[in-house]
Design a protein around this ligand. Structure first.
Ligand code: CP
Length: 348
């Protein structure tokens, strides 16, 4: 028997895309996603979200822990009339009893989107290679694209005086994490000025700076990598992230010694930033390490709006990827199948 070569739904278009990093999307595409975010956030405020993901499912693979990404994708699917399946390595055979390739093929025949937070970027790449439905990177060691969408949107919501994103300077305080790299490339794409402020040992690798150079050439943006904490005086947005990740616990003491106290976001540091500067943090926060509780709770902090916007972003992503890259059945097709099945059931 010859098996169909792709997803059982046959709805996905030739131009189907995955989301590994925001660098793969044009600013127009990112703007379209943010426009959707605005409309979906308004609809949520009115408790009137259209069922744009009705009867659809997102497979959510989590090899690593998560609060925001996990909850936001699952709630987004529910709010839009669909379903999120939480799949940890304990729940599925991912890479252990079954190859990533076969997992991708099977999930794509049953689900409409695959979202994955993985420990190894190769897992995301393998899912993308074999999946016939869009794969969304929910954070790997390279990029955190869904965080970027929430971050840009949050910054836009809080910009004052009619300024645009390209008028802003954003400082990432800390090491060259996936979030730092994603911000470097996203800011470079949007013509913003980006700074990584942290010790020399933990600064951004050259290959990503080369890519940022190309993006800045097109956008008019710029970047600076520095260990000089006084540079916050030039910044409109101060961004925090943990000084170490769960896989770097053996480096924790060395890292804390390198970053603390100079690069900790405190009320004093925020006072040195440009007037009206805002504080973002991707969370979770260690409020005795990279940011103080006082700074996190300051009037300038939009970290919890940013967290809520993870939900806004995931709603937009589910809608964008299922509607832009797949066809919806016509009323006629729906009627044809309904009549066929109900006709058969009546004869039973
Ligand atoms: N910022 C972020 O990705 O949070 P979680 O790890 O809780 O998903």
């Amino acid at each position: 028997m010859k098996l169909p070569s792709s997803s059982a739904t046959n709805l996905h278009k030739e131009n189907m895309r995955h989301m590994i990093g925001m660098k793969d999307f044009t600013t127009q595409e990112m703007d379209d996603m943010m426009e959707l975010m605005t409309m979906l956030k308004d609809a949520r405020r009115d408790n009137a979200i259209p069922p744009l993901f009705k009867d659809k499912s997102v497979a959510m693979i989590f090899e690593a822990g998560s609060t925001r990404t996990r909850v936001s994708f699952e709630v987004a699917a529910t709010l839009l009339g669909g379903h999120g399946l939480f799949l940890s390595p304990r729940d599925i055979h991912l890479g252990a009893k079954e190859s990533i390739d076969d997992t991708a093929r099977v999930l794509s025949r049953m689900c409409d989107i695959v979202m994955a937070r993985t420990n190894d970027p190769e897992t995301v790449d393998a899912l993308c290679r074999m999946s016939t439905v869009p794969v969304i990177n929910g954070l790997d060691t390279r990029f955190h694209p869904t965080q970027m969408l929430a971050d840009l949107f949050t910054i836009k919501e809080h910009i004052t005086d009619g300024r645009k994103l390209s008028d802003l300077t954003l400082a990432f305080m800390g090491d060259a994490t996936d979030v730092c790299r994603s911000l470097l490339l996203t800011c470079s794409k949007y013509g913003m000025k980006f700074k990584q402020i942290g010790p020399v040992k933990y600064q951004m690798q050259q290959e990503w700076l080369d890519l940022a150079d190309e993006l800045c050439k097109e956008s008019g943006g710029s970047y600076e990598i520095t260990d000089d904490v006084n540079k916050v005086s030039e910044c409109d947005v101060i961004y925090g992230d943990s000084f170490y990740w769960v896989t770097q616990m053996d480096e924790k003491a060395e890292r804390l010694a390198a970053f603390m106290p100079d690069y900790v976001i405190t009320e004093e540091l925020m006072a040195k930033a440009k007037p009206g500067a805002m504080l973002l943090h991707c969370l979770p926060a260690n409020d005795k390490e990279e940011v103080t509780r006082e700074a996190l709770e300051g009037a300038y902090s939009v970290a919890f709006d940013e967290a809520e916007n993870r939900l806004t972003a995931q709603m937009a992503i589910l809608v964008y990827f299922t509607h832009k890259f797949s066809s919806q059945p016509s009323e006629e097709t729906l009627k044809k199948h309904s009549e066929r099945i109900t006709g058969f059931l009546k004869q039973l």
